[in-house]
Write a protein that binds this ligand. Structure first.
Ligand SMILES: Nc1ncnc2c1ncn2[C@@H]1O[C@H](COP(=O)(O)OP(=O)(O)OP(=O)(O)O)[C@@H](O)[C@H]1O
Length: 332
C-alpha cells in the first residue's frame, strides 16, 4: 500500500529554564514527543488518540513543518518535510486545534477566498474553489454573513474549509470537533468521511474515543509522547477480549477502596469516575476471567462500608483499551 505520510523516530524535546535564587539557572528537558514512528496509507483515516498533553498537536505541528523536530524525519507523499518543505507541504491542508486564523470580521466566503489567494490561486480559481468548499460544508446559504455571527459549529466548518481550500491529498485535522454540540460534531464527522471517500488521506487527532472508533481505519494511541498501541479499532478491542471488563456502581469511593481492589489477584486495572447526574461512582475494573474475582470485589466494597448499586459486564470499548494500556482514564 502506498504511504501518504511517514513519520520516523520523531522526537521533540523542549528545554525549560528555571531561575533559582543564588543558584545557576536550572535547565530541564521535557520529552513532548519521544521517538514516535508510524505511517499513514493513502486514502485512510488515521486517528491519533491521546489525553491532554500526550503530544498530538506537537506531532501534527512537526508534520506540517510548523515545528522543527529535535530529531527524526517526516515525509509527505514521498517528500521530506525538512529537506523539501515546499513540495512536501503543498500536499497538506491543515486545521490546528482552536485555530485562530479565521477572520471573524470577514464572511466565510471572504475568508476562504483569502486563503485560496494565499495558496496561489488566481481570482477566478479562488472563487470557484471557495464555492465548492462552501457547498460541501453546507455553508452556502450563510456564506456572505460575518463569521462572528456564526455558531461554534459553523466557525469550525470554516476552519475545516481552510484545510480543504488547497485541494491537497492529505488533510490534517487537530481536534476538529472540540467544543461542538453533539449534532454539530456528527455533521462534521460525516464531512470527514466524505473527504476520505474522495480518496484523500486524513490524519485526525482527538481525545474522543467514539470519534476515533467511528472514523478511523487505524488508530495510534499516544500517551506521554510515546505510541503505546497502533492497530485497527477492531483489533485493539479484540486484544482485550481475554480480559473482562466490569462496571460497578457504588455510592462512594476513595483511594483505600481502589487500592484494596487493585490488590485482589487477577485484577488488572481499576479506574473510578464520578457520575454527577446519578451522584454515584462508577468503578471500571479489568480482570481476568473468574467468578471468584467478582465475589472478592463485592466483599471488598462491603468491608469498606460502601454499597454496590449495580454491576454489569461490558463489551470492551476503545476507552477500555486505553485504561488497560495506561492504567488511567482518557479524560483524567
Ligand atoms: N513550546 C512548548 N514549550 C514547552 N512545552 C511544550 C511546548 N509545546 C507543548 N509543550 C508540552 O508538550 C506536551 C505535549 O503537548 P501537545 O500540545 O502536543 O499535547 P496534545 O496531545 O495535543 O494535548 P491537548 O489535547 O491538550 O492539545 C505538553 O505537556 C505541553 O505542555
Amino acid at each position: 500500500m502506498e504511504k501518504a505520510v511517514e513519520v520516523k523516530n520523531l522526537k521533540k524535546y523542549f528545554i525549560s529554564e528555571k531561575k533559582k535564587l543564588f543558584k545557576k539557572t536550572e535547565k530541564k528537558e521535557f520529552k513532548a514527543v519521544d521517538d514516535v514512528s508510524f505511517h499513514i496509507n493513502k486514502g485512510e483515516i488515521f486517528g491519533l488518540l491521546g489525553p491532554n498533553g500526550a503530544g498530538k498537536t506537537t506531532t501534527i505541528k512537526m508534520i506540517t513543518g510548523l515545528l522543527r523536530p529535535t530529531s527524526g524525519s517526516v515525509t509527505v507523499m514521498g517528500k521530506d518535510v525538512d529537506k523539501n518543505p515546499m513540495e512536501a507541504l503543498s500536499n497538506i491542508g491543515t486545521v490546528l486545534a482552536g485555530d485562530r486564523s479565521i477572520y471573524w470580521k470577514l464572511s466565510a466566503r471572504e475568508n476562504l477566498e483569502y486563503f485560496a489567494a494565499l495558496y496561489g490561486c488566481n481570482k477566478k480559481e479562488a472563487k470557484e474553489r471557495t464555492q465548492k468548499v462552501l457547498d460541501r460544508l453546507g455553508l452556502s446559504d450563510k456564506a456572505d454573513e460575518l463569521v462572528e455571527k456564526y455558531s461554534t459549529g459553523m466557525k469550525q466548518k470554516v476552519a475545516l474549509g481552510k484545510a480543504l481550500i488547497p485541494n491537497a491529498p492529505v488533510v490534517l485535522l487537530d481536534e476538529p470537533t472540540l467544543g461542538l454540540d453533539p449534532q454539530a460534531a456528527i455533521n462534521l464527522r460525516e464531512i470527514i468521511l466524505e473527504i476520505k471517500n474522495e480518496g484523500r488521506t486524513v490524519l485526525l487527532t482527538t481525545h474522543y474515543m467514539e470519534e476515533a472508533d467511528f472514523l478511523s481505519d487505524r488508530i495510534a494511541i499516544i500517551d506521554g509522547g510515546k505510541i503505546i498501541a497502533l492497530d485497527t479499532p477492531e483489533n485493539l478491542k479484540r486484544k482485550l477480549n481475554q480480559v473482562k471488563t466490569l462496571n460497578v456502581e457504588v455510592d462512594s469511593s476513595d483511594k483505600k477502596l481502589l487500592d484494596e481492589i487493585k490488590e485482589i489477584k487477577d485484577i488488572e486495572n481499576v479506574v473510578s469516575k464520578y457520575d454527577e447526574a446519578g451522584r454515584r461512582y462508577i468503578l471500571n475494573i479489568h480482570h481476568m476471567d473468574g467468578d471468584v474475582v467478582i465475589q472478592k470485589i463485592i466483599d471488598c466494597v462491603s468491608n469498606n462500608n460502601k454499597k454496590i448499586l449495580s454491576m454489569n459486564v461490558k463489551e470492551p470499548s476503545l476507552e477500555d483499551v486505553f485504561i488497560h494500556l495506561t492504567g488511567k482514564s482518557l479524560r483524567d
